[in-house]
Design a protein around this ligand. Structure first.
Ligand code: IPM
Ligand code: MN
Length: 355
C-alpha cells in the first residue's frame, strides 16, 4: 500500500524529531513492503516568517488531502509577542479544528527501566503507570467566545468554557470504546462542583456509561485528579476530560514516565485521517544541538500506523524497537538522569537497527 503523509515539522526541534520519525517510517516501509509518500509543508513560526500567517491555505489543503499528518512542534520566543490570531499555536488549533480532530489520545506508560528518571517515589513507580488521557480537542475554552472589555477594575478579558451534549457524547464514546480494548475503566475528570459545563459533562458521561456496562466508570474532580496522578497513578486506565483540563493533566502525566520527550499523541475525528504529534513543545533552547529526544515523535508515527492505517503489526514492531533500545540502556539527555547520553540521531539509528 501507498500512504500519503503530510509532514509539518514546524519550529525549534520540530524538524530534527520529524526527520527521526521519517527515517523510522521508511525502515518500516522497507521491512513490511509499504510505501510512504511524504510532503513537507510549513506551519507555525516558520510559516509566519515565510507567508506572514501561521497556517497558510496550502498547508491546510495539503493536510485535508492527506492520509494523515505528522507534526513536530510549533512556536518559539521569536513569535511570542504577536497577537493571538497570528501566533504559531494558531496553526495547531486551526488544523485540529478544520480537520475535525476532536479526540486527542495521549498515552502515558512508565517503562520499568526508566523508573529512575521518573519523579515518582520508588514504591509508587513500582506499582506501574499505564494510562491514556482522552482529551477533547476542538471545543471548550480553547474555542469558546473570547474577548476584552472594561469593568469596574479596569480592562478585563474572558474566555468561555462551553460544551454541548453532542461534543461530550462523541468524546465519551471514544473513551469507552478505547477502554474496552484496555483495562475497561474510564475516569471522567471535571469540575462539576463549580462549573455548569462540567455538570452537563458529568450527566452526559453517566448516561453514556449505561451503554457500556462492561466498562467501570467513575468521576473525579480535576484538582483531585492532579493529586491522584502523583499519589496513586496505577489506579487509572482511561481518563476522559475537556480540552483545557486534558492539556494540563497530560503534561503532568508525561512527567510520571520520566520525560515529556517520550509521549506520543494521536488526534482523530470521524474518518481514519489523523494528526500525530509528540505532546512536547518546540524546545527552542535545545533546537539544533542534536540532543532532542526523537522517541515521542517516533511513537506518534507508530500510532499513525495502527490508528489511521490499520497496520497494528508494524506499529507494534516500532514500539518494541523503542522498548528494546531503552532497555539496552541507551539514553538521550532528557532521560539520562545526569548520566551518559547519545544524540537524538543516534537514538533513531538504534531504533531502526532494533527494528
Ligand atoms: C498541546 C500544546 C498546545 C495545546 C499548544 C501549543 C496550543 O500545549 O498540544 O498540548 O495547548 O493544545
Ligand atoms: Mn499542552
Amino acid at each position: 500500500m501507498t500512504y500519503r503523509i503530510v509532514l509539518v515539522p514546524g519550529d525549534g526541534i520540530g524538524p530534527e524529531i520529524v526527520d527521526g520519525a521519517v527515517a523510522v517510517l521508511n525502515a518500516v516501509g522497507a521491512k513490511f513492503g509499504h510505501t510512504f509518500r511524504f510532503e513537507t509543508v510549513l506551519a507555525g513560526g516558520c510559516a509566519i516568517d515565510t507567508f506572514g500567517v501561521p497556517l497558510p491555505e496550502e498547508t491546510l489543503k495539503a493536510c485535508l488531502d492527506s492520509d494523515s499528518v505528522l507534526l513536530g512542534a510549533v512556536g518559539g520566543p521569536k513569535w511570542d509577542t504577536l497577537p493571538g490570531h497570528l501566533r504559531p499555536e494558531r496553526a495547531l488549533l486551526g488544523i485540529r479544528k478544520e480537520l475535525g480532530l476532536y479526540a486527542n489520545l495521549r498515552p502515558a506508560k512508565l517503562q520499568k527501566e526508566l523508573a529512575a528518571a521518573s519523579p515518582l517515589r520508588a514504591d509508587i513507580a513500582a506499582r506501574g503507570v499505564d494510562l491514556l488521557i482522552v482529551r477533547e480537542l476542538t471545543g471548550g475554552m480553547y474555542f469558546g467566545p473570547r474577548g476584552r472589555g472594561q469593568g469596574e477594575m479596569g480592562e478585563n478579558a474572558y474566555d468561555t468554557e462551553i460544551y454541548s451534549k453532542g461534543e461530550i457524547l462523541r468524546i465519551g464514546r471514544v473513551a469507552f470504546e478505547t477502554a474496552r480494548k484496555r483495562g475497561k475503566k474510564v475516569c471522567s475528570v471535571d469540575k462539576a462542583n463549580v462549573l455548569e459545563s462540567s455538570r452537563l459533562w458529568r450527566e452526559t458521561i453517566h448516561a453514556l456509561a449505561a451503554e457500556y456496562p462492561d466498562v467501570a466508570c467513575s468521576d473525579m474532580l480535576v484538582d483531585n485528579a492532579a493529586m491522584q496522578l502523583i499519589q496513586n497513578p496505577s489506579q487509572f486506565d482511561v481518563m476522559v476530560t475537556s480540552n483545557l483540563f486534558g492539556d494540563i493533566l497530560s503534561d503532568e502525566a508525561s512527567q510520571l514516565t520520566g520525560s515529556i520527550g517520550l509521549l506520543a499523541s494521536a488526534s482523530l475525528g470521524e474518518g481514519t485521517r489523523g494528526m500525530y504529534e509528540p505532546i512536547h513543545g518546540s524546545a527552542p533552547d535545545i533546537a539544533g544541538l542534536g540532543i532532542a529526544n526523537p522517541i515521542a515523535t517516533i511513537l506518534s508515527a507508530a500510532m499513525m500506523l495502527s490508528l489511521s492505517f490499520g497496520l497494528a503489526e508494524e506499529a507494534n514492531a516500532v514500539e518494541k524497537a523503542v522498548e528494546t533500545v531503552l532497555a539496552s540502556g541507551a539514553r538521550t539527555k532528557d532521560i539520562a538522569a545526569g548520566g551518559a547520553f547519545i544524540p537524538g540521531a543516534e537514538m533513531t539509528r538504534r531504533i531502526i537497527e532494533a527494528l
